[in-house]
Ligand binder design. Structure first.
Ligand code: 13P
Length: 252
């Protein structure tokens, strides 16, 4: 069975103190209220990652970084390496978020290097893909998302590929309050799985968790998570409120 996952992407929000409060609320609510098997990951700002990782120790909640650099170490002022992320107790790294692609010029080739380093460090990449509204309207959204996967992931062996989590985030739905319809989400998730199957075979494709991201909230999570090929969510805005985030986790 595929793993169900709900990951919170805090983006550039929450000071250390605010982040610790949020994380401890999530840990307590998950302990008291959640009885499904969903994996819960908090992707915090890098400066809070150590403290939040310590705080969640011994609970069902895991932590992740929102990015890493595409080199192992060295003179890259301001950047953060996979070994640093691992050393503070995190288990996941979001890679290729559309905001990083847009504002920081991250290319599919650069992301392929980041994926390699992440896997080599024993961390789980949450690899983001997704199209703009213009691409969807032009009818090239499926081909575009497939090319993101091909160019950043399809050099991996089947064994490596099975360690990757995919997050489909239509750019037009991120932070806009507009959510993909269940039909749109299911269609793209099925296409992504089909594309993976064309390279690695159906058995491998069936093991890959594909998360939906883009204005996922407590009031739409249930119907999105009920889609056959949607295995959870990568949550932005709603992960900043413990009540909303935990209600989303309870939506399976
Ligand atoms: P929102 O949930 O705020 O739309 O953000 C989605 C996202 O970008 C998660 O990575």
């Amino acid at each position: 069975m595929r793993k169900k996952i709900v990951a919170g992407n805090w983006k550039m929000n929450k000071t250390l103190e605010e982040g610790l409060t949020l994380a401890s609320e999530v840990v307590n609510m998950v302990k008291d209220e959640v009885n499904n098997q969903a994996e819960v990951v908090l992707c915090t700002p890098a400066v809070s990652l150590h403290a939040v990782s310590k705080l969640v120790e011994g609970s069902k909640v895991k932590t992740g970084a929102q990015n890493c650099y595409d080199k192992e170490s060295g003179a890259y002022t301001g950047e953060i390496s996979v070994s640093m992320i691992r050393s503070v107790g995190a288990s996941h790294v979001i890679l290729g978020h559309s905001e990083r692609r847009e504002y920081f010029g991250e290319s599919n080739t650069m992301l392929a290097d980041k994926v390699n380093l992440t896997l080599k460090a024993g961390l789980t990449p949450i690899f983001c893909c997704g199209e703009t509204l213009k691409q969807r309207e032009a009818g090239i959204h499926i081909a575009f998302v497939n090319s993101q996967l091909t160019e950043s992931l399809f050099h991996l062996s089947a064994e490596e590929f099975q360690k990757v989590v995919i997050a489909y985030e239509p750019i037009w739905a991120i932070g806009t309050g507009v959510t993909a319809s269940t039909a749109q989400a299911q269609e793209m998730h099925a296409e992504i799985r089909k594309h993976i199957a064309s390279k690695y075979g159906q058995a491998v494709a069936d093991t890959i968790s594909i998360l939906y991201g883009g204005s996922c909230k407590p009031d739409n999570a249930k119907e999105l998570f009920a889609c056959k090929d949607v295995d959870g969510g990568l949550i932005g805005g709603a992960s900043l409120k413990s009540r909303d985030f935990v209600d989303i986790i309870k939506s399976f």
